[in-house]
Design a binder for this molecule. Sequence first.
Ligand code: GLA
Length: 730
Amino acid sequence: MSIIYDAGQRLITLKTANTVYQMGIDPLGALLHYYYGPRAEGNFGYLYLPRDCGFSPNPYEMREGRGWSPDTLPQEYSGSNSGDYRLSSLELIAAGGAYGALLRYKSHKISDGKYELEGLPAAFDGQGEAQTLAVTLEDRAAGVEAELLYGVYEARDVITRAVRIKNTGEKAVRIEKAASLCLDIPFGSWDHLHFHGRHAMEMQPERSPLLHGIHTISSGRGASGHQHNPFSILCGREADEDSGFCYGFMPVYSGNHRTDTELDQADSVRVVSGINHEGFSWLLEPGESFEAPEVLMAFSRDGLTALSHIFHFFIPRFLCRSKYALKERPVLLNSWEAAYFDWDEEKIVNIAKGAAALGADMFVLDDGWFGRRDDDKRSLGDWYPHKEKLPGGLAPLIRRVNDEDLRFGLWVEPEMVNEDSDLFREHPDWALRVPGRKPAISRDQLVLDLSRPEVCGWMYDTLSSLLREHKIEYVKWDMNRSLSDVFSNTLPEGRQGETAHRYVLGLYSVMGRLVKEFPDVLFEGCAGGGGRFDAGILAYFPQIWASDNTDPIARLSIQRGLSYGYPACTVSAHVSASPNHQTGRTTPLETRTAVAMAGVLGYELDPAALSKEEMEQIRADIARYRKLWPLIQKGHYFRLADNGLYSAWQFVSEERQQALVSVAARGTEGNPKPLHIRLKGLDPEGVYTIAEDSSGTKREYTGSALMYAGYTLPPFTGDYPCAVLYISRK
Ligand code: GLA
């Protein structure tokens, strides 16, 4: 049993292999949060001593004692306008206009299996091991119930959270904020680790001490965004890769998200995560429910690497429903950086022939194949073949690609429309825009209003006919601008605050239908690279294009940032031409390959521009990658080192039989020193052989020697070299 209710003490305890999470129902019916941390036994209510804190009010029933305040005691799901001045979890406007929420325990239910959400992605009970706790809290005055949902994956050390708000009254209620997770961490001193960035420079890790006040990571862009990934970590000030307390929070949501972390007057921390309530509101009629999206939560006492491993294991097995989640992926060659918009059928077929000569599995036709799409100014919405570029349509091209023994994949950007398109001319009201105002334009495009069922219906019909009528085995689903001018022509006045969330629900409904109807098609998410790299997308699509930046040195920090929460098998990474098209930097093919091999390897270059030696090298690399894939997909990933001179990472197979270490130069200096790294995750007793790819000679070492004494490599010289070590156990 991973969920235990102690009726005598009114305690609910969730247990996982290495953690305990506990809440208690106090005599007033308030649901207090007692503990989340390493496994320990007891009723942790003893931690909270009565305290009369000035200007922290008491519930009416406690007016004599004054030792109990919602403002100082840890709350499981905080209310608002009822005496807790810290971050709220629920904000309501009840019939009659009263603002706030005051929640009290009503009932709870423990069941086997994992709860599901309607229309929202959520982790599933892949191997029949999850349990669900549903605690119903009520606000009688508002006529609202909040059902707090917990999915406990005991063996995986993951607890999922979601909330269902129900109007049990007789009049409509407005939700102004409904967080998915509230977690009070009353003791300790903490650092906040999050991943900020911008287009072509996503996922830059940033760690800072948590200071008094509120630290916010959020998006108001309608997508999770390049600027703040929804995933974040709270770790002990002294925590490092190998030790220390770490909490990870991963929203399973692709829209406007927000995670606020507050350090309050008593040095307690509160984390509140869910939909960004700025610009959001939801009208709940009597009998209706609203679901706040899921957040995956994990804790490790053994540092950041162990925390990452929890998410790495969990995502492909318990979140992503694609049959490719744990399967091999095709090594593809994508046409974008090879030809951009400038191609015709012959040129494309020649690129595909080059891909075949390299030994790739698939050719992907990127942007430019539809409508009159000769640049990025027109035709989004017109998903029929470009008459001049593809006179016979897609079918003859696909046949010619298949004749080269390559599978065929296609790029689409179905959520968008250009003003210069037949779709826009026919349905100008389908684009998001505020009446009476000219909309903001980004890359010359507008966003379709996916909060409207008929727009989602059109999107589904268009994409499903494309997939039904053609042998398309992969789809790159792009999204190249943020939402603005969010207003839906069909929602009534009082429901405009629902548009952005309804957009995401519409998107998920189409994605869900398509992956169900076309389970053999491999879908890859993309939003100008990593603008929507989140667990919501990963519930449907097993991989995401990590960044439009294919420079391997820039990718070091992008992919390192992703590795804190997301497994390598979700990170799409391509070898592109040198000098790099985004940064102008020149790098060796070996380094570009080593970096792209830390994810789902692909190519994005014109093979005609390669030398004979490079072609041979790539053929050998692809063959090698196929052998390494089980290690990259299922192995343990370690961040070894990252400094001004080099970055190093390692994969170790589950049985510790095989490992791959890659070290890529970031810079260089005069009179350089040899590089020293300590490996991780090996069996200390094991004997391992190391082959350095450059020499091919093998030597033997014990696991303990490699992990504790380390390994020394000759100094790097020149422009961005790399070293790759192939390690196998004897
Ligand atoms: C986005 C994608 C690129 C490419 C272009 C095409 O920027 O991230 O990979 O598909 O769109 O317009």
